[in-house]
Design a binder for this molecule. Structure first.
Ligand code: ZN
Ligand code: ZN
Length: 245
């Protein structure tokens, strides 16, 4: 039992390390190819390193908390439903996220045909990340939450890619949870797909903190009330908060 729990944590940490490494490597490499500064020159090197260390620490903590929840619920369900057909609960839609948990950590086959699944599942995951993050980000811009936490990310009006790390512990943790949450209901997402999508979305988030690549998020840092999206402005467009200038 303890061994399998440690194994689950090991897999999570391994995935988190590879996604972090890939994200940092891709975004710093892109910046150097386009001769764009990665770090904000207004911050000293010491301050930046401190923020990197703090972010890695808080990210690890939030993932461990989330993993503990998943492992605990999963163990509980396995304990209650000792037979896979008990009350018809296991494997049907009422316990979708257990299926997802299985497919992410143990590579179970998804329920779609391979071609359809590889197109549809990433689209579905990105759609729900945008939905969850849009709601979260708008909440963070209400007066109370803005003052309590999100103001810290908005301290610099002109931003650079590394400024994605310029966020406090609560904001960083909840943003990471926004990326994890859709896993609970998007069926058939596999571990490889999840790591790839996370890497793509976070790399894009680094790069969109620079006018050189995408302007939408740098406009958010200047105008505050527009462009709440994570990457794709679907809900900004639908709800009238999209701005290109
Ligand atoms: Zn904001
Ligand atoms: Zn930002």
């Amino acid at each position: 039992m303890i061994y399998s729990l440690l194994q689950e944590f090991g897999i999570l940490l391994q995935r988190f390390a590879s996604v972090t490494f890939a994200t940092l490597a891709l975004s710093t490499a892109t910046c150097s190819v386009f001769s764009t500064p990665f770090f904000n020159p207004l911050n000293t090197f010491d301050k930046t390193m401190y923020k990197v260390a703090t972010t890695v620490y808080t990210s690890l903590t939030s993932i461990l908390i989330f993993a503990t929840g998943l492992v605990a619920v999963n163990c509980g369900v396995r304990y209650i439903c000792s037979s896979s057909s008990l009350f018809g609960l296991c494997g049907n839609d009422r316990l979708i996220y257990i299926d997802n948990y299985e497919s992410i950590f143990h590579g179970a086959a998804n329920t779609y045909s391979p071609t359809f699944g590889y197109i549809w599942i990433p689209l579905e995951y990105c759609f729900f990340v945008e939905l969850v993050y849009y709601i979260y980000h708008r909440l963070m811009h209400t007066r109370r939450w803005y003052r309590y936490s999100h103001y810290y990310h908005h301290m610099n009006l002109v931003v650079y890619p590394a400024d994605i790390l310029h966020a406090d512990i609560l904001d960083t943790t909840l943003t990471i949870l926004c990326l994890y949450m859709p896993v609970l209901w998007v069926r058939g997402i596999t571990s490889g797909m999840f790591s790839f999508l996370q890497t793509a979305l976070i790399t894009y988030s680094f790069l969109q903190h620079s006018d050189r690549f995408v302007k939408i998020h740098t406009i958010h840092h200047r105008r505050f009330d527009y462009n709440y999206c994570f990457c794709l402005p679907i809900f900004d467009w639908l709800l009238g908060t999209l701005s290109y200038d």
